[in-house]
Design a protein around this ligand. Structure first.
Ligand code: EPU
Length: 463
């Protein structure tokens, strides 16, 4: 069935009203213009976790009733998921401030359409949520991603192991529990996957029997999500370990859920502070849950010679005189997060020597490197790694965002570049960073947002 965008808007209702900064029919886009060289002053405040919020939102669909979720960032991905949830008949209120309210009494249409799912991979969580609650779901496959294949085979095989019958039809996954509810089962994730662990938890919490997820993800996002399901009455053991066991229950009840701070935004701000903090001074970062960073990231900071004071709820990053070249390799939690490797490359641009950034989770996540090279970065992509020669002065340029973390790395580079940096296609950044430019502006950075025409040609010089 083809669904026109107009129909989607009518079905999705209020949440479709979010800021729309680009459209296919128009060439108007937004960019960030940053004048580099001013040190950060004062403090930065981290928003609620984007990735955990997405899981919590679908979790709220599991209970017939009204749940609230506090500390949710007002970012585009949250609005996209809210639209998808409203498509099923649920209602998601996103006030300007305060908790989101999810009304999940009336969920009547267990479907997630391609037009919305293609915008964001996490919308595939709808498969577990709808199958778990209704025993039936029709969810579009998400399709490709900016940096190569990101399969969902483990989600699907896991659902099958839990007793689902699955068919693929015209790009959609059609899933059914033969007797109305899944019986539950056992599945081993190889490799470990954050998204598949979350999706399988959603599918299993209302199954008729027990389930087990082996080699489960132990990222904080999964723990906070699992704890929210427990708060709603789910029986889950082993959160934070490699084996999660679930005893299905008849029904979940609504709850007042609190999201955690965003660990990737925290790491991003730590790098901003290290490269652009006031000489001889420090930058404070508030709403910081440093335990969620994982040991490898903190260790890499220490090896780079950057002093950080870790406190409950806030941290202080002391501006280093010299940044030491420091190799990192991404890995599952508590390893170095793949979502911070692009930002780490900008930190290493400032280092006194050569370093290597290796991504073992997404082997070709290096779209930011050619853009940073346009700003003068000396770097070379070698397989799933990039070798960075630190110590060169970056210069401002027009650079293109290609995904969320790539785009924030360009903003970081803009903070330390000589002159103006124009970060184009900023809608990528808006998917996951709430009010980034307002936060940076309040900390003394000359940064503003401007509209531009993607297809405009420069005027030829006179004469
Ligand atoms: N994988 C499979 N099959 C699957 C699922 C995953 O082979 O069915 C592989 C992936 O290709 C990858 C590895 O497993 O090599 C781990 O991927 P994972 O499933 O853990 O990633 P995800 O759940 O799709 C989440 C975050 C990403 C983050 C990754 C890794 C959300 C919404 N997304 O994605 O965040 O990079 O975990 O930590 O939580 C971002 O925020 O910018 C972002 C991309």
């Amino acid at each position: 069935m083809y669904i026109a965008l107009g129909d989607l808007k009518r079905k999705a209702g209020s949440v479709f009203q979010g800021p729309i900064t680009h459209s296919i029919s128009s060439n108007r886009m937004e960019k960030l213009v940053i004048t580099g060289g001013q040190p950060l002053r004062g403090s930065l405040t981290v928003a609620g976790s984007k990735n955990t919020a997405l899981a919590l939102l679908t979790g709220a669909l599991m209970a017939e009733g009204t749940s609230t979720i506090a500390n949710v960032p007002r970012v585009r991905d949250v609005r996209t998921l809210a639209q998808i949830m409203e498509f099923t008949g649920a209602k998601v209120d996103i006030p300007d401030a305060g908790p989101l309210v999810v009304h999940a009494e009336r969920v009547i249409f267990p479907e997630a359409p391609y037009e919305l799912v293609k915008k964001m991979r996490a919308s595939f969580y709808m498969l577990g949520a709808l199958l778990g609650r209704f025993g039936t779901a029709r969810v579009s496959l998400p399709g490709g991603c900016a940096w190569g294949p990101r399969p969902v085979d483990l989600h699907i095989e896991g659902m099958k192991a839990f007793g689902a019958e699955i068919d693929l039809e015209q790009g959609y996954v059609i899933a059914r529990a033969p007797k109305g509810r899944l019986p539950g089962g056992s599945f081993r994730l190889e490799p470990s996957s954050v998204g598949a662990t979350i999706n399988l938890l959603l599918a299993a919490v209302r199954a008729t029997g027990p389930s087990r997820i082996e080699n489960a993800a132990s990222e904080p996002d999964v723990i906070v999500f699992g704890e929210a399901l427990q708060q709603m009455g789910a029986k889950i053991a082993g959160l934070g370990t490699r084996t999660i066991e679930i005893e299905g229950v008849e029904a979940l009840h609504p709850a007042a859920i609190v999201n955690c701070p965003d660990r990737i935004e925290l790491g991003t701000f730590m790098i901003a502070a290290a490269i652009a903090g006031p000489p001889g001074g420090s930058v404070r970062i508030d709403n910081a849950e440093h335990r969620h960073l994982g040991g490898a990231f903190k260790d890499a900071f220490a090896r780079a010679g950057i002093r950080v004071d870790y406190h409950d709820g806030h941290i202080v990053v002391h501006t280093p005189e010299v940044i030491l070249p420091t190799d990192i390799e991404t890995a599952i939690y508590p390893g170095f997060p793949t979502d911070l490797q692009a930002q780490w490359s900008v930190l290493m641009a400032r280092a006194a020597g050569t370093s290597r950034v290796t991504d073992t989770i997404y082997i070709d996540r290096f779209n930011h490197i050619p853009e940073l090279q346009r700003m003068g970065l000396r770097a070379r992509v070698e397989g799933n790694a990039v070798r960075i020669e630190g110590g060169q002065q970056l210069t401002g340029a027009q650079v293109m965002s290609s995904d969320l973390r790539a785009s924030v790395s360009l903003v970081l580079a803009g903070l330390i570049a000589r002159g103006e940096t124009h970060v184009l296609r900023v809608y990528h950044l808006d998917r996951g960073y709430e009010n980034l430019e307002a936060k940076l502006r309040a900390a003394g950075v000359a940064i503003y947002r401007e509209q531009y025409d993607e297809f405009a040609m420069p005027e030829p010089p006179e004469g």
